[in-house]
Design a protein around this ligand. Structure first.
Ligand SMILES: *[C@@H]1O[C@H](CO)[C@@H](O)[C@H](O)[C@H]1NC(C)=O
Length: 138
C-alpha cells in the first residue's frame, strides 16, 4: 500500500465518521420532549359543587431543524405522569386516558405537530398535576 492510498483511506474514514456524527446530532437535537412539550393548566373555574373546571393544553413547542433537514418536528406517543387522574365530567379518551397506574396516554398516541396542541377540560375538587413521562420526537 502506498502512502497516498493509506492517506486517502484515512481521509475517507474521517469523513464517514464526521457525517455519521452530524447525522446523530441532528437527530438528537431535533427535540427535547421534556423541554418542548409544555403543559399549561388553567387556574380552575369554580363550579357550584365546590369543584373546579380546568383547561389543559399540551403544546408542542419544538423548533425543529429547518436549516439542516427542512423538516419540522412532531411529537407522538405522549405519555403523561397523571397520578390518580379523575374528572367529574367525561374527558374524551381519544384526548386523554389512563392506561396504567399513574400513566395517561395523550391524543391516542398520535402526533402533535410543531406549534400544535392537544387541549381538554376536566373537573375535579382539586387540580390533577400532569407531567411529561415519555414521548417520541419524529
Ligand atoms: C391550541 O390550539 C388551538 C386550536 O388550534 C389554538 O386556538 C390555540 O391558540 C392553541 N394554544 C396554544 C397555547 O398554542
Amino acid at each position: 500500500m502506498t502512502t497516498t492510498t493509506a492517506c486517502s483511506i484515512a481521509v475517507l474514514m474521517a469523513t464517514v465518521i464526521l457525517v455519521a456524527a452530524a447525522t446523530l446530532s441532528a437527530a438528537a437535537g431535533r427535540c427535547n420532549v421534556r423541554k418542548d412539550l409544555v403543559i399549561r393548566q388553567s387556574l380552575g373555574e369554580p363550579q357550584r359543587d365546590l369543584s373546579a373546571k380546568y383547561t389543559v393544553e399540551v403544546v408542542n413547542q419544538c423548533s425543529g431543524d429547518k436549516e439542516r433537514t427542512g423538516r419540522p418536528c412532531s411529537i407522538s406517543k405522549i405519555h403523561l405522569q397523571c397520578g390518580n387522574f379523575r374528572s367529574l365530567v367525561p374527558v374524551d379518551p381519544k384526548l386523554l386516558r389512563r392506561i396504567g397506574s399513574g400513566v395517561c396516554l395523550l391524543n391516542n398516541g398520535h402526533s402533535v405537530r410543531q406549534n400544535g396542541n392537544v387541549s381538554f377540560v376536566y373537573a375535579n375538587y382539586r387540580r390533577n398535576n400532569l407531567y411529561v413521562r415519555s414521548a417520541r420526537c419524529n
